[in-house]
Design a protein around this ligand. Structure first.
Ligand code: TRP
Length: 340
């Protein structure tokens, strides 16, 4: 049986946090271990440069951190091909061909790009490469003929745009070279983890994240600082569970649903203090985070082998992407020199 091809990745603009873990990393590990897929995991350093061109050092330093994050959550290089986007030249040639099939107006309508342009405060100074990144992402996905793309919910517009490009390309060049991908998203209500401060988004810039690389002490301090119910002042007061970050995290992380239900009941009745529920959450989090930390420590001792893994992965990725590029050039008719 031929396996379905899975492709996904992250921009290396910092360390990955538990929000990434819930939003997509743990799905990737699950799909990898199911044995039904041939997974490619890409560190999207070129995409990261689209809004960090003047700070390449940040991307350079984050690259190895993200590689360690992948390995520590259980992405297994004997099962998944981990590679680096900038080392795969075919991706950029594919991007160039796809750019001719997409209008500027269509890119400006991409909802995720639109939101990010606002967030990043580009105003009238949007880098061309940034506006174009959905097209380059279509190249990443189609170069491997991936059918499954496990990502966070915010990436759905990228997949929509990739499918459009695939259909346009195959129609315009009258071929079936490119393959349409499907997104693979987190289960309902489990996609987005709020920040420690209760903000809907966990992010580095908001300073409200728990990193996969945080040590035990740091995690504990962060958990103890979490936003709960601002009106729950005395232990005896009835507390609110909705919008209470500690309970949101427990819903996501604690496999013991009965205990969580009981804690919620007690909290709502009054008599259960914030410190108690935070200590409990810390214990639950540690069950998930301590094996991740142990694996990280092992790989950190052998950074050379981590780089070697990226070299091997990128070599393999180049073979696959070059093959697709060849087919794309043939489909467009750029094969003038072939057989001469
Ligand atoms: N855009 C993704 C992010 O924001 C990273 C990415 C780049 C990606 N190329 C991809 C994800 C291809 C899935 C498939 O992190």
């Amino acid at each position: 049986m031929t396996k379905e091809i899975l492709l996904t990745g992250d921009r290396p603009t910092g360390k990955l946090h538990v929000g990434h873990y819930i939003g997509s990393l743990r799905n990737r590990v699950k799909l990898q271990n199911s044995g039904d897929y041939d997974p490619y995991i890409m560190i999207a350093d070129t995409q990261a440069l689209t809004d960090n061109a003047r700070d390449p050092e940040k991307i350079r330093n984050s690259l190895i951190q993200v590689a360690l994050d992948y390995l520590s959550v259980g992405i297994d290089p004997t099962k998944s091909t981990i590679f680096v986007q900038s080392q795969i030249p075919a991706l950029f040639e594919l991007t160039a061909y796809y750019m001719d099939l997409v209008t500027v107006a269509r890119l400006e309508r991409n909802p995720t790009v639109k939101t990010e342009i606002k967030q990043k405060g580009f105003k009238d100074s949007i880098p061309v490469g940034f506006l174009n990144y959905p097209v380059s992402q279509a190249a990443d996905i189609t170069a491997f003929k991936a059918t499954v793309v496990p990502v966070g919910d915010d990436q759905e517009p990228m997949l929509e745009q990739t499918r459009e490009i695939v259909r346009t390309f195959n129609r315009v060049y009258d071929c079936d070279v490119l393959v349409e991908p499907k997104g693979y998203f987190p289960a309902k209500g489990e996609g987005r983890l709020p920040g420690l401060d209760g903000n809907a988004k966990m992010s580095k810039s908001l300073g409200n994240a728990i990193y996969l690389s945080d040590d035990e002490k740091t995690v504990q301090k962060k958990v103890m600082s979490m936003y709960t119910d601002p009106n729950h002042i005395h232990v005896e007061d009835p507390g609110q569970v909705e919008g209470n970050t500690v309970f949101t995290y427990l819903d996501v992380f604690d496999p013991d649903k009965d205990t969580v239900a009981q804690l919620k009941e007690d909290y709502q009745k009054g008599g259960l203090g914030d410190v108690k529920i935070k200590r409990y959450l810390n214990k639950v989090l540690e069950q998930e985070l301590s094996p991740i930390r142990e694996r990280r420590a092992k790989y950190e001792k052998d950074i050379d082998s981590v780089y070697q893994m990226l070299i091997d992965g990128s070599n393999k990725a180049n073979e696959v992407a070059n093959q697709t590029l060849e087919e794309v050039r043939d489909a467009i008719g750029l094969n003038y020199f072939k057989n001469r």
